[in-house]
Write a protein that binds this ligand. Sequence first.
Ligand SMILES: Cc1cc2nc3c(=O)[nH]c(=O)nc-3n(C[C@H](O)[C@H](O)[C@H](O)COP(=O)(O)OP(=O)(O)OC[C@H]3O[C@@H](n4cnc5c(N)ncnc54)[C@H](O)[C@@H]3O)c2cc1C
Length: 548
Amino acid sequence: MKRIVIIGGVAGGMSAATRMRRLDASAEIVVLEKSGHVSYANCGLPYFVGGVIENENDLLLQTPESLHARFRLDVRVRSEALVIDATRKIVLVKDLNTSDEYELDFDKLVLSPGATPIVPPIPGIDRAFTLRTVEDVELIVGAVVAAPKSAVVIGGGFIGVEIAENLVHRGISTSLIEATHQVLAPLDPEMASFVHAEMIDNKVNLFLGSAVTSVTDDAVILYDGTAIPAQLVVMAIGVRPDTKLAKAAGLEIGVRGGIQVNNFHQTSNHDIYAIGDAAEKTDALDGSAMLVPLANLANRHGRVVADHIAGVHTRDVSTFGTAIVKVFGLTIATTGWNEKRLAAAGRKFLAIHSHPNSHAGYYPGAKQMSIKLLVDPTSQEILGAQAVGTEGVDKRIDVIATAMRGGLTAPELADIELAYAPPFGSAKDPVNMLGYISENLLSGLVKSVQWSEVEQEVSHGSVLLDVRSASEFANGSIPGAININIDELRERKTEIPQGDLIVLCQVGQRGHSATLLLNEMGFKARNLDGGYRTWRNSPAGQTVLQVQ
Ligand SMILES: Cc1cc2nc3c(=O)[nH]c(=O)nc-3n(C[C@H](O)[C@H](O)[C@H](O)COP(=O)(O)OP(=O)(O)OC[C@H]3O[C@@H](n4cnc5c(N)ncnc54)[C@H](O)[C@@H]3O)c2cc1C
């Protein structure tokens, strides 16, 4: 009988185990898990901190007993794989209850040990909590129940912002410290600023561009000496693939520091597979190696590995890194590459910002969201998208991620027929609109200017023409802009300066119509992409508005 040993009994490992059983009723399947639980909902852990998920049992999706009952899996919790002997095909296992060690031989081995939280060697950091397992969350909840007055979360990634929200939910005065100038690295800065505003509105003390130098008994100290009160400290600056066992077993480690695997998730030893956070992934856009510590891929790849072991046909599964997170009232979702990454790679791109309603504006409850689409100007390929808003964000990013997987070009987003009635969307859905805008720009019908280009364009003589109403203009515009309402452009033609015009409105839509009209009238106009709303939330806008 074939024996398959799986190390790690959560997302990837358990997907592999259960799929394996469905494909092979007779294989012996042993799952080794060093924590006390298997198949727990690690994505739900931050919400247990906040008391949103009240019952710890709700996080425990399966038990060794339930997995044995249904799948006849041999699930061994508190069992740590200590060493893999790849040549003898043996795992040395330690029973953490008894400290006994024993050898377990395998025909196939699947590594899904996950990733470990990064904890830099900062003085005093020992008292900081990290969050990965049920045991970790029990420790944090224990500390939270003691009602600390202050908490500091170090790191503004997905887990950091979720924990900060949940600590606020517990009534704790919470600060979040992030070394870069924005939270949520997959966002570009003009999109991240919406998240900053939401966190500040919800009383998170946000310290951006701030490095921690030490942790004392009651505070976290920043590089400039600022002491931030912190009875509770949570470290969430990121994770690194857990490659300890793989390295010691002589398996190849890839360029990104994860376990190197082929298209079937086989490591350099083909009887040993690796999946989940510990393994490198293949980027869907450029085929490069990636680390994407997300649950969807861990589950997907677990299934692929079981299929491969069972001899079932499998497909390569590359990644766009599609992700979503809730920050208080906001939903933030991303897929593919962002502008920062495209620029760093020297790749040409066209950026499109749009601020549509979640559903038809005339139907009650429509909420504005902000979407950014990145497009290859030559191939028209969709390179990435980001969206921030209160409603409808998940749907739009999921549709775009699906379009990317299906190989649709950006203009083809206009062709997707999305279910529509006023409470749910618009006859021209925000996704369709991105297709229309792409079409207009890629065909050369109109040209756009990005928020980041405004300052330089103006210094080279371009004139900003704000085509909103006088009252909107009075509420704030880009300094130096002149105001002529779009409806008056024809009559007030003589007031319009000659030379390069940058046309702006609130979100870019009236600006688009005005730009076309002005060009027909013989002017040289380009539209400010995403309008005043994008500029105002960008680093350019925020710097100028702060100075005023
Ligand atoms: C707090 C938190 C929130 C998250 N939220 C989201 C989210 O909202 N969306 C999303 O897509 N992803 C989220 N993730 C990430 C997601 O949980 C991971 O990508 C996914 O669980 C990875 O699966 P995995 O099988 O690689 O590792 P894991 O699910 O982490 O499982 C690895 C297991 O292996 C065990 N193990 C390690 N070494 C050994 C050993 N030597 N012997 C035996 N057992 C071992 C560990 O104890 C662990 O239980 C979150 C993660 C955390 C921690």
